[in-house]
Write a protein that binds this ligand. Structure first.
Ligand code: NAD
Length: 255
């Protein structure tokens, strides 16, 4: 039956964990014994199912505002593992980019991580142990046109992560980014039939020539693969990994 799992007794907050990558990270940390705090939107039935499956708490806070971030941290209580994962995207030319979308993307994808980190760090310092993991993106390392806010926020969170790593280097707290390429989510899968119809392409052409044009492996990253990397970064053996930005992008940023 084995001894205690390596995250037994640890409490992990994963923002944006009601779907996709965040949910997979929460599941991976739960499998290693962490108590989980979920955050993110979803209907009552979904939230009830997820909190039941993971024995988790859920704090329903909107992280585009400072008040929402503070509400989340008050609801979560002290956490040992902080995963900043909630994020959103908007695609438009810079001279047409809606200003409210810019503000929301910078707030959620970047500023929220500052608020959650500044509030989490005192407990982690007192405990002499902590893990901060930020879901960045291949777009923290490289750009694509029409994604000005997203690319700016993701480059920003990569810089914030490195700064946290240096400030906290002697506290037992590590701070790292995980930078996925194209991840297979239901959101991506659902786009395929419409794209096939709109462009007159086969399913394989849509996947390889449209969705995976930048991903040399021509395979989507699976949410579970991101979850496994996050769990690894929480292991004792990862205690000297800090300030790193781990690509999991099928070779995208190697080009
Ligand atoms: P998703 O849409 O499946 O999940 C986003 C999560 O964030 C959901 O739980 C949602 O409820 C939550 N959320 C959205 N707005 C919020 C808000 N204002 N306050 C609190 N929570 C909010 O997306 P995903 O693909 O799993 O993305 C998760 C992270 O991974 C994001 O930071 C995204 O930028 C990053 N990422 C995704 C991909 C990809 O291909 N899917 C690639 C690289 C990076």
């Amino acid at each position: 039956m084995g001894g205690p799992m390596f995250l037994s007794g640890k409490r992990a907050l994963v923002t944006g964990s009601t779907s996709g990558i965040g949910l997979a990270i929460a599941q991976a940390l739960h499998r290693e014994g962490a108590a989980i705090v979920l955050n993110g939107f979803g209907d009552e039935a979904l939230i009830a199912r997820l909190t039941g499956e993971l024995g988790a708490d859920h704090v329903n806070a909107d992280l585009t505002t400072r008040a929402g971030c503070e509400e989340l941290m008050a609801g979560a209580g002290p956490v040992d593992i902080l995963v900043n994962n909630a994020g959103m995207q908007h695609v438009a030319p810079v001279d047409e980019f809606p200003v409210d979308k810019w503000d929301a993307i910078i707030a959620l994808n970047l500023t929220a991580a500052f608020h959650t980190a500044r509030i989490s760090v005192p407990h982690m310092k007192a405990a002499g142990w902590g893990r901060i993991i930020n879901t960045a993106s291949a777009h923290s390392l490289t750009a694509s046109p029409f994604k000005s806010a997203y690319v700016a926020a993701k480059h920003g969170i990569a810089g914030l992560t490195k700064t946290l790593a240096l400030e906290l280097a002697q506290t037992g707290i590590t701070a790292n980014c995980i930078s996925p390429g194209y991840v297979w989510t239901s959101l991506v899968e659902n786009q395929i039939p419409d794209t096939m119809a709109a462009r007159g392409l086969s399913r394989e052409q849509v996947i390889n020539d449209v969705l995976l044009a930048k991903q040399p492996t021509k395979r989507f990253v699976q949410p579970d693969e991101v979850g496994a990397l996050a769990a690894f970064l929480c292991r004792p053996e990862a205690g000297n990994i800090t300030g790193a930005n781990y690509s999991i992008d099928g070779g995208w940023t190697a080009e």
